[in-house]
Design a protein around this ligand. Structure first.
Ligand SMILES: Cc1cc2nc3c(=O)[nH]c(=O)nc-3n(C[C@H](O)[C@H](O)[C@H](O)COP(=O)(O)O)c2cc1C
Length: 228
């Protein structure tokens, strides 16, 4: 059987995972809820965002728990660069890949809608149904991808709390790095924006600094990279 998992900050990976799961007749599971491990399955599908041309740490830990069958991975990216996320994921996994795709979506920091290409996912989904090993080649990362990635996000994006916050704790429960406290992100915040997305009161918002906004708006890629 196939099982579909996702990690999401702003919701793009969830929407993509739910589409894949629906095509497979399954439901998609959030890897930050419950036991955070993959079950024993024929194909484990993992959908996650590209962060700073790499893989969020939460996803790294999850990929290590895939112990059976094949893995199939979807790295959604915000139209800048997917970097080497797929190749890195392949190196972390102890199981063979049967399919991998880097798929452009909206960018979290630009508050863009998730307009992913459903057609582009169809061959990926077909390969999951009849899995056979595939190898992902290394892909190019930009020279500054490793330059203080979390610091760059912290400087470029400010998370703000409004007076509407009732202190319900949903942001703390949802923070994948456990840094959120009463609506205020702490030092280890990775700016995934999950707290903003999940706040039931809409009491959290964020501001993308003009220099980062300008950079992101000059989009470079809307290319799909598929390996099947
Ligand atoms: C901290 C952070 C870093 C990001 N780095 C990149 C990047 O290097 N390249 C890119 O194309 N998009 C980048 N993005 C955009 C996301 O990959 C993209 O918007 C993705 O769809 C977000 O998925 P999500 O909504 O499931 O969190 C980044 C987003 C965040 C929050």
């Amino acid at each position: 059987m196939e099982k579909v998992y996702y990690f999401t900050g702003a919701g793009h990976s969830r929407a993509t995972a739910e589409y894949i799961a629906q095509r497979l007749g399954r439901t998609a599971e959030d890897i930050t809820v419950g036991k955070r491990e993959a079950d024993a399955d024929a194909v484990t599908v993992a959908v996650f965002p590209v962060y700073c041309e790499s893989i969020p740490e939460t996803v790294v830990q999850f990929l290590k728990t895939v112990k059976t069958g094949f893995a199939a991975i979807v790295a959604v990216y915000g139209g800048i660069r997917p970097g080497n996320a797929l190749f890195e994921a392949q190196g972390i996994l102890t199981r063979p890949l049967c399919a991998a795709i880097a798929l452009p979506t909206g960018h979290s920091f630009l508050k863009e809608e998730n307009g992913f290409d459903r057609e582009a996912l169809l061959p990926f989904i077909e390969k999951i149904k009849e899995p056979a090993p595939v190898a992902v080649p290394p892909m190019r990362r930009s020279f500054y991808a490793d330059v203080l990635p979390e610091w760059r996000s912290r400087v470029g994006v400010k998370i703000m709390k409004s007076g509407e916050c009732s202190g319900c704790g949903v942001c703390e429960e949802n923070c994948p790095v456990g840094t959120m406290e009463k609506g205020v992100p702490g030092d280890g915040c990775i700016r995934c924006l999950r707290c903003v997305t999940e706040c039931p009161e809409g009491a959290l918002d964020f501001e993308c600094r003009p220099f980062l906004k300008r950079f992101l708006e000059r989009k470079k890629k809307s290319e799909t990279f598929l390996f099947i």
